[in-house]
Design a protein around this ligand. Structure first.
Ligand code: UTP
Length: 294
């Protein structure tokens, strides 16, 4: 039986330069999609996937994330004294959600480096890694889908999606062979190689790695062994490539829709679609959109 995945690492120490000036004094992870910070979507997905502990890797200027998942006595007292029971419940639900630990990445030296910072807190067990910028709407939470594959193959699994050729160079890309699983031949792949941000003409496939991973603790050794790569950062993709020499790694083309909320256009799409789906807002918002001339 593969060891159970109990912990999820959330690297959240990036600088968020694509959202400047909004991210000058606040973390991009706290930008709201409608009324919920980006990072809370990821935390809820992890909880719904069975994760029990969250480890956030944060950096300078990220204290709002810690405050968000902590108890806010002043706010709770104020809501209670004003009889705002519904809002009080919403606020309490966030701090009651799950145990969160924090570790700092002092300098944004890359995603691989951020994951390595969590080594002591993860310990010798498999763990999930969630990049909260990728907000995924799915019937079965994307991380749960990956955990099911991990439990079957007892090996690391990366979430991938098909991406058009013109945008492939923004991603880590896998060279992978399809594997039959549960009667399906186009969801599970055994990875042959991986490359971070290839030129469109050199990309080994159209399968891009997105921000959900199930990893085993050997990845820490691999991260320690890779040199800075694309963008002079220590890349998780390069560490996975190193790990691939000693053990199989799988890719899973997940079911669901992914929004890149770390990018302005992706953030806007998620905002509009999530608002349209809301019971309290959807109808009025749809009517408003219809009145726009574009
Ligand atoms: P991004 O590539 O989106 O970079 O990081 P970024 O710095 O957050 O944003 P931009 O590109 O400047 O706008 C992908 C994920 O890896 C984390 C980020 O927080 C994000 O979740 N990350 C990246 C770190 O935790 N540390 C790093 O050194 C780099």
């Amino acid at each position: 039986m593969p060891a159970k995945v109990r912990k999820a690492v959330f690297p959240a120490a990036g600088l968020g330069t694509r959202f400047l000036p909004a991210t000058k004094a606040q973390p991009k992870e706290m930008l709201p999609l409608v009324d919920k910070p980006i990072i809370q979507y990821g935390v809820e997905e992890a909880i719904h996937s069975g994760i029990q502990n969250i480890i956030m890797v944060t950096g300078r200027g990220k204290s709002a994330i810690e405050d968000h998942f902590d108890v806010s006595f002043e706010l709770e007292n104020m809501l209670e004294s004003r009889g705002k029971k519904e809002l009080l419940n919403i606020v309490r639900a966030v701090s009651d959600m799950i145990d969160v630990s924090y570790i700092r990445q002092k300098e944004a030296l890359g995603l691989g480096h951020a994951v390595l910072r969590a080594r002591e807190l993860v310990g010798p067990e498999p763990f999930a890694c969630v990049l909260a910028d990728d907000v995924i709407d799915a019937e079965t939470p994307c991380l749960r889908q990956l955990l099911d594959i991990y439990e079957f193959f007892n090996a690391p699994v990366l979430a991938v999606m098909e991406v058009p050729k013109e945008s492939i160079s923004a991603y880590g890309v896998v060279d992978a062979e399809p594997i039959s699983h549960n009667g399906c031949k186009d969801r599970v792949f055994r990875i042959r190689d991986l490359v971070e941000k290839p030129n469109a003409n050199e990309a080994p496939s159209n399968l891009a790695i997105i921000g959900r991973y199930v990893l085993t603790p050997e990845i820490f050794h691999s991260i320690s062994n890779v040199q800075p790569g694309s963008g002079s950062e220590i890349q998780l993709t390069d560490a996975l490539r190193h790990l691939l020499r000693s053990r199989p790694i799988y890719a899973y083309r997940f079911e669901g829709k992914r929004y890149d909320a770390g990018d302005k256009l992706g953030f806007l799409k998620a905002t509009v679609e999530f608002a349209l789906r809301r019971h309290d807002l959807g109808k009025d918002f749809r009517e408003y959109l219809r009145t726009l001339e574009y």
